[in-house]
Design a binder for this molecule. Structure first.
Ligand code: SF4
Length: 473
C-alpha cells in the first residue's frame, strides 16, 4: 500500500506534515535517487533520503511513541543548531535512529525547567495548538513585589505588541527583600510571554522556571540538564488531555475508546442477517428493521416461508425497505440458492460446505449479491474472517488519508486486511461496527471534525485546520 510521502516522513518524527511538504518542495527529500515532488507517494520498498541520510523503514509499523521530559538549564537554546555555537537542548539528549526529537514548545535561552520532546511531529503540533489550551505553569522570581493593581492587570489582560495577554492564575509563593517568587499559569506559548507580561506592568523577571506543562510536572529529583522518559501512564494521560489517540493503537481500539464496544449485527438468526444484508442496500437500517418486522409478523422469516409466498405478497412485506421490487427478486434468488445448497433449514451450515473464498465466489454469482452483501453474509451470518467494506469505511479511510478514492472494493479490503490479525472474526466485526458508528456520529457527509475522536490523526481535519490559519506558538 502506498502512502503520501509527507505523511511517512512526519510519522518518523521529522516534523509536521506541513513542514515535510516544505522540505519536499525545497528539494531536501530524495526517493529512489530522484528528488521528490509534492504529491509523491511511497511504499515500503522505496528508499527515502532526507538531506542525504537514508531513512531506514523496517515496516509500516509506527515507531513507538515517546515523550521525554528534559530539565533545561538556563543558557541553552531550544534550536537544533546555533551559528554562534552556543549549547542547545539537543546536545544532551539520546540519539534516535531514523528519527529526531521534536520540542513541544520552546523555552527561552535564559528560562529553565520542564521541556517536553517527542518523536511524533503530529503530537507536538496537537499539544502546541492554541485549541488544546494546554496550561503552562511557571515559577517566577520577580524583582520587587507585585502590587494588587499590577496583579489585577496581569489577570485581566495587558496589551502586548502581538495582542493582549493575561495570566490564568498568579499566586505569591514566598521570598523576602527584593526578590519575590510567584507561580503563574497561562494557556498559550507566545515568545517571552511571561517576561513581557511582567515588563508591561513595570516589573523585571530575574529567574523563570517552567514547572508544569499540562498534566506533566517537573519531578523534584530530576536534576538540571537531565532527562527522563514519561511512563506509559504519564504519556497516556498527556495524550488524553488533548484527546490524542496513540497512532500505535490498533484502529479498532482507537475508535472503541470513544464509542465503547458495539453490538453488531442486530439480528436473531443467521438467516435474518442474510435478509438484512440484502435489504440494507441503498437504504437506512431503520427501514430494513420495518421490513424484517413485517416478515416476522407474517411468520415468514425462513427460507421455506419466503419461497411459499407469492412475489407480490413478499414485495408488500418488503416495501418499507425501499427499491422493494428489486429487493424482492434478490431475496428470492438468495433463498433459492440456499435451498439448492440444501441448507434452507439452517443457512449457517453453508460455511461447512466449502472454503470461504469459494463460498464468496458462489454468493457473488447469486442475482443481486454484490461484494459488500456477500462479505456481510460471510462475516455476520457465517462467522468467517472477512472485512466488510462499505460507504462509511471508504469515506473515513479516505478522509484519514489512509485510502485513495480510486481504489476498488478489493483493494480497499486488502489494504485493511493487511492491518488485521489473520482469522480474527471478532476484530473485523468490531472494527466494522465502530466505523459505522464513527460514520454515523461524526464522519458524516458534512463531517463533525471538531469533536471527532480521530481529529488529531485525520488528514482531512488537518487540512481544515490549516485553512483556519491557527496561531503559531
Ligand atoms: S476528523 Fe472529521 S474527517 Fe476525520 S474521521 Fe473525524 S469526522 Fe471524519
Amino acid at each position: 500500500m502506498d502512502e503520501k510521502l509527507q505523511k511517512v516522513l512526519a510519522r518518523f518524527g521529522l516534523g509536521s506534515r506541513r513542514l515535510m511538504e516544505e522540505w519536499i518542495a525545497a528539494g531536501r527529500v530524495v526517493v529512489n535517487g530522484q528528488p521528490a515532488k509534492l504529491g509523491d507517494r511511497v511504499t515500503a520498498q522505496d528508499k527515502i533520503a532526507v538531506d542525504g541520510a537514508v531513512l531506514r523503514i523496517p515496516s509500516w509499523v509506527r515507531p513507538r511513541l515517546r515523550v521525554l521530559r528534559y530539565h533545561k538549564p538556563a543558557g541553552e537554546l531550544t534550536t537544533r543548531s546555533d551559528p554562534e555555537g552556543r549549547p542547545t537542548v539537543f546536545d544532551r539528549l539520546p540519539r534516535l535512529r531514523g528519527s529526531r526529537w521534536i520540542t513541544i514548545g520552546r523555552l527561552d535561552f535564559n528560562t529553565e525547567g520542564l521541556l517536553l520532546l517527542t518523536n511524533d511531529g503530529d503530537l507536538a503540533n496537537a499539544l502546541m495548538h492554541p485549541r488544546a489550551g494546554i496550561e503552562r505553569e511557571y515559577a517566577v522570581r520577580v524583582m520587587g513585589v507585585v502590587s494588587p493593581e499590577q496583579q489585577a492587570s496581569l489577570l485581566q489582560g495587558v496589551p502586548l505588541e502581538d495582542g493582549e495577554a493575561r495570566f490564568a492564575t498568579l499566586q505569591e509563593t514566598g521570598g523576602e527583600g527584593l526578590n519575590r517568587w510567584y507561580h503563574v499559569t497561562l494557556t498559550e506559548g507566545r515568545n517571552r510571554e511571561v517576561r513581557r507580561l511582567f515588563e508591561a506592568v513595570g516589573l523585571t523577571v530575574s529567574r523563570l522556571i517552567r514547572v508544569r506543562y499540562g498534566v506533566v510536572e517537573m519531578p523534584r529529583l530530576l536534576k538540571t540538564g537531565y532527562f527522563d522518559e514519561l511512563s506509559d501512564e504519564e504519556r497516556e494521560a498527556l495524550l488524553a488531555s488533548v484527546q490524542w489517540v496513540n497512532p500505535a493503537t490498533p484502529p479498532s481500539d482507537q475508535v472503541e475508546a470513544a464509542f465503547g464496544p458495539q453490538e453488531w449485527w442486530p439480528a436473531q438468526s443467521p438467516f435474518e442477517v442474510m435478509v438484512g444484508a440484502v435489504l440494507t442496500q441503498n437504504t437506512a437500517w431503520r427501514n430494513v428493521e420495518k421490513a424484517i418486522a413485517n416478515l416476522r409478523a407474517a411468520n415468514a422469516l425462513s427460507v421455506a416461508a419466503i419461497l411459499t409466498l407469492s412475489e407480490s405478497d413478499l414485495a408488500e412485506l418488503l416495501r418499507p425497505s425501499g427499491f422493494y421490487r428489486i429487493k424482492t427478486k434478490r431475496l428470492l434468488a438468495l433463498c433459492r440458492f440456499l435451498k439448492a445448497r440444501g441448507v434452507d433449514a439452517a443457512p449457517e451450515q453453508l460455511a461447512q460446505q466449502v472454503a470461504g473464498p469459494e463460498l464468496r465466489r458462489d454468493l457473488l454469482a447469486v442475482h443481486g449479491v454484490g461484494e459488500e452483501t456477500a462479505d456481510s453474509i460471510l462475516l455476520y451470518a457465517l462467522d468467517l474472517p472477512v472485512m466488510v467494506v462499505d460507504a462509511y469505511t471508504r469515506r473515513i479511510g479516505g478522509r484519514l488519508g489512509l485510502l485513495d478514492d480510486h481504489l476498488s472494493y478489493t483493494e480497499v479490503q486488502a489494504a485493511i486486511e493487511a492491518e488485521l490479525e489473520p482469522g480474527d472474526v471478532a476484530m473485523r466485526n468490531a472494527l466494522h461496527a465502530l466505523l459505522v458508528s464513527l460514520g454515523k456520529d461524526y464522519c458524516r457527509p458534512r463531517p463533525r471534525c471538531d469533536t471527532c475522536p480521530l481529529h488529531t490523526h485525520c488528514a482531512y481535519a488537518a487540512g481544515q485546520d490549516r485553512h483556519r490559519q491557527p496561531e503559531q506558538p
